[in-house]
Design a protein around this ligand. Structure first.
Ligand code: SDX
Length: 392
């Protein structure tokens, strides 16, 4: 962290990369965006500021933030013909699958954003992506509900717009609850980037072939969808609801999670890197208490989650494997209290992670990194003579 680092020259072909964006220390539970601690950013900043920081490397001045937000607002209209695409999906389609398709389809209506060859084109592509992704992400919910698709309201903020895009109806005025907006803003900050996780590595490697930004983000959405990754926040709620439906016996599910013959894993627990508390989980756990009490929601699911966490943290199997709650363990409980449907939880993860994906794609392209080609260790057959079919 403080000494000079020497990179193995082979790093270029190893699938690993250099980055200046996010630092995390899994042993100490440290997470920093561009050197700023996640605790400071979640407590003192806002999502658009943090998005700017991740993408451009510095916290914006007031003028820079105003230009960023104004440029995003210029691009919030989505081509009306995109509605023909979303109309092709059944209402039962999972929102993440619809979002991945719509994100890729944005290229068809914005072909210029495929090849950004200068700073101005990059800036526009960044703002266009921030703008249109938020709108189409909410369209996945509106389509599933059979509601009319909403438009961005340029008189409201970015996070306020998420709520109005999701929930405002032509039947009357809609004003999002400031408690909810504030909590969502914090949650989006906590999800904004996380170094070379599965979906971010996907965005980088797709972008390294010089595929456009929309196509690269679309690939990231697909990777995030998996229940071992971003899909875990939905899986946590489904697990907690199942525990509740089965009499709230958390210990029975702990036993299942420890049984090697049972594929069940404790969703929201464990991490590829954190072998200590995920710092984001600590912040979200506190936010869950604050939001539920501010909204006057008394959700027994939160009590089950706390009981499950307490038992797991004392359990030898989990302790010996350094398994702690991760970012997904408590986030769904807050989303549920906000009235967000479970199948939309991972879409919210994607909205939060979008600036991180953009930042990492931009870094890889600005640094002119080579096309991704991860190394493999071949462990297959040695050379052997071909056999005719009647000899096999
Ligand atoms: C995210 O990479 C990132 O940064 C991702 C993310 C981000 O911001 O982008 O942080 C977001 O994806 C968070 C993780 C969300 N996923 C889940 O909550 C799903 C449940 N968790 C697990 O499936 C698991 O912990 C993973 C997928 C997160 C990590 O899997 P690993 O790397 O295989 O876990 P490991 O090697 O550390 O496991 C060590 C042991 C193994 O048992 P043994 O072989 O030693 O006997 O712990 C066991 C695992 O079987 N284990 C679990 C477990 N997680 C690991 N056992 C029960 N329940 C679990 N949740």
């Amino acid at each position: 962290e403080t000494g000079a680092i020497t990179l193995d020259p082979g790093y270029k072909n190893s699938g690993s990369c250099k980055s200046e964006i996010t630092f995390l220390d899994g042993e100490k539970g440290i997470l920093r965006y561009r050197g700023y601690s996640i605790e400071d950013l979640a407590g003192k900043s806002n999502f658009l500021e943090v998005s700017y920081l991740l993408i451009f490397g510095e916290l914006p001045t007031a003028a820079e933030l105003d230009k960023f937000e104004t440029t995003i607002r210029k691009h919030t209209l989505v081509n009306e013909e995109m509605k023909n695409i979303i109309d092709g999906f059944p209402k039962t389609a999972h929102p993440m699958g619809v979002l991945a398709s719509l994100t890729s389809a944005l290229t068809a209506f914005n072909p210029k954003s495929v090849n950004v060859s200068n700073e101005k084109e990059m800036y526009d592509a960044v703002c266009k992506t921030m703008a249109k992704f938020l709108v189409i992400a909410t369209w996945t919910y509106r389509k599933a509900k059979g509601f009319p698709l909403n438009y961005y309201d340029n008189t409201q903020g970015y996070v306020e717009n998420f709520m109005q895009l999701m929930f405002s109806l032509p039947t009357g005025p809609y004003k999002p609850d400031p408690v909810v907006v504030d909590a969502l803003d914090k949650l989006f900050i906590l999800h904004a980037d996380h170094e070379q996780n599965c979906s971010t590595s996907t965005v980088r490697i797709v972008g390294s072939s010089h595929a456009g930004l929309f196509a690269s983000i679309s690939a990231g959405v697909s990777a995030l969808w998996g229940p071992l990754h971003g899909g875990a926040n939905q899986a946590v709620l489904e697990m907690l609801e199942e525990i509740q439906a089965n009499g709230g016996d958390a210990d029975k599910y702990l036993a299942k999670a420890k049984d090697k013959n049972d594929p069940f894993r404790l969703m929201g627990f464990g991490h590829r890197v954190y072998k200590n508390f995920d710092p984001r989980a600590k912040i979200i756990k506190k936010a869950a208490d604050d939001v539920l009490s501010s909204l006057g929601v008394d959700d027994p699911i939160l009590d089950i989650a706390k009981k499950l966490e307490a038992s797991a943290l004392e359990d030898e199997y989990f302790k010996s494997r350094n398994l702690y709650p991760n970012v997904d363990f408590y986030s769904g409980i807050i989303y549920r209290a906000m009235g967000i449907p479970t199948e939309m939880f991972t879409v919210l993860f994607a909205i939060g992670r979008l600036p991180g994906w953009i930042a990492q794609w931009k870094e890889m392209r600005v640094n002119k990194e080579p096309i991704g080609r991860p190394r493999q260790v071949y462990v297959g057959e040695t050379v052997r003579a071909f056999k005719a079919v009647n000899e096999r």
